[in-house]
Design a protein around this ligand. Structure first.
Ligand code: HEC
Length: 189
């Protein structure tokens, strides 16, 4: 029994030494290509994406969801989405930017994501981001109410046509112009 334990311990120690040598030496660079043009083998993708999905589910559990139906909240969410998310994720009827095209893993279509992720999960991902992918976390720059507004917009985007998106864009632009004119009016007074 003692001999078996010793053998297992020695094998594990030898494997650990080989592991450290492979990672620390140039060998790991030859074994793994960090290029976005070199897709990961299926089993690695499976490990990354299942771990990521499970982590999001685990951490989003129990988050309290506010009401997401207010139209001014959805309009605020659109403003943030159109400014910060379309570069990578695109939107109804929009084409991806050059930076968006270059991402690996790719940035998914969020109208489809909103169908399979709960509002809690959407909120958690937007707030925290996802390590080692292009997905930034917005907690450092945006308060929770702004992040919930983005979730409210994503829920709306599920069944939005390109025309609906353009109509929201127009409404958003005229709202911004109106606010700017009001500010300029105040300065003149
Ligand atoms: C710089 C590029 C980039 C920007 C900007 C960006 N994202 Fe992402 N996002 C990604 C990538 C890449 C992924 C995929 C991560 C992965 O595969 O795990 C992602 C994943 C997500 C997911 C999870 C989708 C799913 O199906 O699992 C959500 C939700 C999300 N982003 C929302 C947003 C929102 C909202 C914004 C704007 C406030 C935004 N993202 C801005 C690159 C970006």
């Amino acid at each position: 029994m003692k001999k078996t334990i010793m053998t297992v311990a020695a094998t594990l120690a030898a494997e650990l030494i080989i592991f450290v040598i492979v990672i620390g030496s140039g060998l790991s660079g030859a074994l793994y290509n960090v290029s976005t043009l070199s897709p990961d083998p299926g089993f690695l993708r499976w490990i990354f994406s299942s771990t990521s999905d499970n982590s999001v589910k685990y951490h989003a559990n129990g988050i309290k969801v506010p009401s997401l139906t207010d139209s001014s909240m959805i309009a605020m969410g659109f403003d943030h989405y159109n400014e910060m998310c379309v570069t990578c994720h695109s939107g109804p009827g929009l084409s991806k930017s050059e930076a968006g095209i270059g991402l690996y893993p790719e940035a998914p279509n969020l109208a489809r994501s909103a169908e399979h992720l709960s509002p809690q999960e959407l909120f958690w991902v937007i707030k925290n981001g996802i390590k080692s992918t292009g997905m930034p976390g917005f907690a450092r720059t945006h308060a929770d109410d702004k992040i919930w507004a983005m979730v409210a917009f994503l829920e709306k985007m599920k069944d939005m046509t390109p025309q609906d998106y353009q109509a929201m864009k127009k409404a958003n632009e005229s709202m911004k112009n109106m606010k700017m004119n009001m500010k300029m009016g105040e300065h003149r007074r």
